[in-house]
Design a protein. Sequence first.
Length: 165
Amino acid sequence: MSKDSSPGPTPGFLVWRLANKWRVAVDRAVAPLGLTHAQYVLVASLHGMQGAGERPSQRRLADHTGLEALYVSKLARALESAGMIERTRDPRDPRAVQLALTEQGQAVTRQAIAVVQELLQQLLEPLGGLDAPRTRAFTDELTTLLDVPLAPSVPNDQSTRRRTP
């Protein structure tokens, strides 16, 4: 490789750029509905879980979305204040808080899902659209990467120490 050519962006950089591009686009798309991207993730996930007959706890929703439990709690309180969700104590575990969309929350969430689906179709058009084989393959690849546990290595960890002869 010559001195003047660069190796190009790393996969990590591209994932970061795509994630930011998506976050900004969703933020702009759902703002007229009074939502942020993070709030959208919460209500859309809650919508899907409720549709499957589940009334998830904040912890379960945090695990499902990949958001920190403390952040989910903060988002849930804001959404409750806005009349979008109800937070109630779990009768089986008084420490747990269950979440459910209100009627208003369901209506806004359905609108937001439609807006984001349209955005997703735009994003995936170069791959052939939402139902295209390339999109399914891309989704499989993303799922594989999301399933990899990531943790920083500890500098004095036995596995990273060099052994001297």
